[in-house]
Design a protein around this ligand. Structure first.
Ligand SMILES: *[C@@H]1O[C@H](CO)[C@@H](O)[C@H](O)[C@H]1NC(C)=O
Ligand SMILES: *[C@@H]1O[C@H](CO)[C@@H](O)[C@H](O)[C@H]1NC(C)=O
Ligand SMILES: *[C@@H]1O[C@H](CO)[C@@H](O)[C@H](O)[C@H]1NC(C)=O
Length: 513
């Protein structure tokens, strides 16, 4: 009896302590803001209530990078000026206190990592992961970087990637480059991180930055976003400027956000879209798609209601989660078992002509990029190939080769052949994707599980969003991908946001072996 009473007392005491521990943080004073997993809107709120400074935020990420990056290799270099930029942001916010700091841009004081093929005119290198471009000096910031700086974002550093955005060789693994080595999937270290925007996805998944930018030519935002359980937006080609981005193909390249949440990705997208005279034709054409009032208005919890989504079935597209049931429950009209004409040709880049077109375009575009550099050890694709041969050990040429570079070097510029390929690809996209969307009056196409939709969207310059959709039994993440017509970002955002809010599937990585 005594003993029991004693037990009860201990129990009560323990419960009391537990309650104290749980509720203590809500009593003013020492409430620490948790940076890990924080969203942009939570960070902005903490800024406004003086619970957080940009300096604290940058110091947190620098510390996490020094701790985790030797393992993950998601970051290729950090910006020596990041803390200075943070202090500037903190001063600016302070000087605006008294009500108007909420008027600061939503990326003001927010640290962002940029894929290492996006030029910054500062102390950092811009190399696409290649040793050949170390110490090259870019003429100016990339178009998207100008917009980020104007918004007051902090350029935290450069994210690693598959070298040359995976346009060096077929054999090189995704996420590998000679400067940073092999990037690792933070969920399951032995799992494929995918690329080419590997470092952006790895880093933001592992909380090494608030948000990141990636680039895509065919799959380079979708695949790593899906593999690392983060959200990737591949914007319509031309919606975001490609100026100052080490190119693959002006016809297919696009710059887009990779973030932990749809809302964070939309904040970033909203900041980087728009006309840029250095990518004048494409950004002028696409700027008609930018909605009045920007993209934030499409973050609607009921955004799935009444949407018509087509499901593409193909031996490759294996449904792997109950995502489809969720879509149905949330009011989506599903049009199932659709077939895109010539899908087998579209999915095979040799048969479609996509690979040859990219090889031709890469040589022309890369040579133009290299010529414009203020200083550089290499001035042409031929120089890059020679550099790789000379430093074949460091660049692991014996292991991974450089067959795509060689294929590209053997092309003869954009002439008749390129025009023919271009119209073939346009025709494939029109007769396939566009016809399907029109005939079934679809708002978007969805591919459950790992996406193989990227070539379908790539050859048409079309947009898409990848959202976390689950984890396989080993804990390896997979995403769901929504693709749409040119300029359909508003609809895709509604769909992706509502899906995310209905499922909340993403969880922070656990670094399993
Ligand atoms: C750029 O590369 C050079 C050469 O490796 C290196 O010394 C320098 O530290 C790099 N810059 C940064 C900011 O890491
Ligand atoms: C798509 O192809 C499959 C198999 O060839 C067929 O069963 C299905 O009816 C087709 N779907 C449509 C909408 O035509
Ligand atoms: C490029 O031009 C050379 C010489 O005119 C020719 O031998 C070669 O076949 C051409 N290559 C391609 C891929 O068209």
């Amino acid at each position: 009896m005594l003993r029991d009473q004693h037990l009860v007392q201990v129990h009560v005491l323990l419960n009391f302590l537990l309650i104290l521990i749980v509720i203590a943080p809500t009593f003013g004073g020492h409430h620490e803001f948790r940076i890990k997993e924080a969203t942009i809107s939570e960070i902005r709120n903490a800024f406004q209530h003086e619970k957080l400074t940009s300096r604290q935020l940058v110091k947190f990420y620098l510390h996490e990078i020094s701790k985790l990056n030797p393992l993950l290799r998601g970051v290729i270099e950090v910006n020596p000026d990041a803390l200075r930029q943070a202090d500037k942001a903190d001063r600016e916010r302070k000087s605006m206190r008294g009500g108007c700091s909420s008027e600061l841009h939503h990326l003001h004081g927010i640290p962002i990592l940029l894929k290492d093929n996006i030029a910054t005119k500062d102390k950092m290198n811009t190399t696409a992961g290649s040793l050949a471009l170390l110490r090259s000096i870019v003429p100016r910031d990339a178009g998207v970087v100008k917009k980020l700086r104007k918004a007051g974002a902090i350029i935290l550093g450069k994210a690693s990637l598959s070298e040359w955005a995976h346009f060096r060789s077929f054999a090189a693994p995704g996420g590998w480059n000679a400067r940073a080595g092999q990037g690792k999937n933070p969920y399951v270290l032995s799992a494929y991180p995918c690329g080419s925007s590997s470092g952006s996805a790895i880093s933001v998944a592992a909380n090494l930055a608030t948000v990141t930018l990636g680039t895509e030519t065919d799959g380079s935002i979708f695949c790593p976003s899906s593999s690392n359980s983060v959200v990737g937006i591949k914007p319509t080609v031309g919606l975001t400027s490609r100026s100052g981005v080490i190119p693959v193909s002006p016809r297919q390249d696009t710059v887009g956000p990779i973030c932990r949440t749809v809302a964070d990705a939309v904040y970033v997208l909203d900041t980087i879209v728009g006309f840029d005279k250095r990518d004048g034709v494409a950004t002028r054409v696409a700027s008609k798609f930018i909605p009045k009032g920007g993209y934030l208005q499409f973050l609607k919890p009921d955004g799935l209601k009444g949407k018509r989504l087509g499901i593409l079935r193909h031996p490759f597209f294996k449904p792997r989660s109950n995502s489809i049931a969720t879509l149905r429950q949330r009011g989506v009209v599903l049009v199932d078992n659709l077939n895109i004409s010539n899908l087998d040709i579209i999915l095979d880049s040799s048969m479609s002509g996509e690979l040859t077109a990219l090889a031709i375009e890469f040589k022309v575009a890369l040579n133009a990029y290299l010529k414009e550099l203020v200083a550089s050890p290499v001035r042409s694709l031929a120089d890059v190939i020679a550099f790789n041969n000379k430093f074949s050990d460091l660049e692991m040429i014996h292991e991974y080769g450089q067959d795509i570079l060689l294929l590209s070097q053997a092309t003869n510029g954009t002439g008749n052949k390129e025009k023919q390929l271009r119209s073939k690809l346009e025709k494939l996209s029109k007769e396939g994707f566009e016809t399907l969307m029109r005939e079934h009056k679809l708002d978007a196409l969805v591919t459950p599980g790992h996406n193989m939709i990227s070539p379908v969207l790539a050859i048409g310059g079309l947009p898409g969003i990848s959202v976390p959709a689950g984890y396989d039994p080993k804990g390896v993440p997979f995403g769901i991908c929504f693709g749409g017509r040119k300029g359909s970002e508003p609809k895709l955002i509604e769909i992706a946001y509502a899906f995310e809010q209905a499922t909340h599937i993403r969880k922070p990585p656990s670094f399993k072996p």
